[in-house]
Design a protein around this ligand. Sequence first.
Ligand code: RIB
Length: 312
Amino acid sequence: MNRILVIGSLNVDVLQQVERLPKVGETLSIHNKSTNFGGKGANQAVAAARQGADLTFVGAVGMDAEGTSYRELLDHEGIHTKNIQLKEQPTGTAYIMLEDNGHNTILVHGGANMALTAADVEEAAPYFKDVDVVIAQLEVPAAAIKRGFELAKLYGAITILNPAPITNRVDPAILANTDILVPNETEAAALLGMKPTTNQHELETRLPLYQAKLSVTNIIITLGEHGCFYAVNGLIGRLHNANVDAIDTTGAGDTFIGTVAAHLDPKLTNVASTLQRATLAAGLVVSRQGAIPAIPTKSEIDALAKHYTEFI
Ligand code: RIB
């Protein structure tokens, strides 16, 4: 199992369940409301830790009650929290509107996450020496990720970049040190300035553009209910999801990425089996509510895999 370092965000997720999103000028009622821990970085770290990987987190929370509780939660998950900085800004918050059809829309106040600096990452440099995989998303400043990926390459770890939330530009210095890019279909298209697609032929046709425009050779595109598409280590393929009733898609991509990071051989020799396991993990998380509370354990995935003979 891999040793992983995550450079990423820690948010308090305020989940608001609504029948549908309001139109401009309209007021609708929230029929259920709850508060959970989330944030793309933390979700990915917890997903990997629950698969049995060794996890170090580099991030920032506020000097507030949420920040203290968050560190306690990660400690409880067995994640090393020494490199979580305390900032004057409040702990990040994500306001998630979950529609009755299972779709979600998120507004994020970055808070302490956005105060993470390259110097904070530098302080964690000794921890980069002992890891196999370094993961980052785009909910912390680019300068912090850039330094983190430089350290990862210096010490021989592979890097996974989740270019989320959506953007049409990632700092080329980060991409130059990215081994595997893992966007969803919307993010994958935005990076090329194109329309999203889940069509296999179109996805394959676009592959050379990631190399030409972003200098990225390995890419895994998560496609929601349509599974995932990958081009890694010269192998091109597609995996379909197991049949699940989605009730909340929050954290599905994060769970997928954390599971990939936990199981992927850094020499990229077990791509298909790793993605099959990650697909099962993402399927489980969408069948339950919330991000971190819904993330499955290794034994849950092992048990589920027995029902899917084509998996694992
Ligand atoms: O990817 C899902 C996450 O995005 C949520 O947990 C929320 O915190 C936002 O960062």
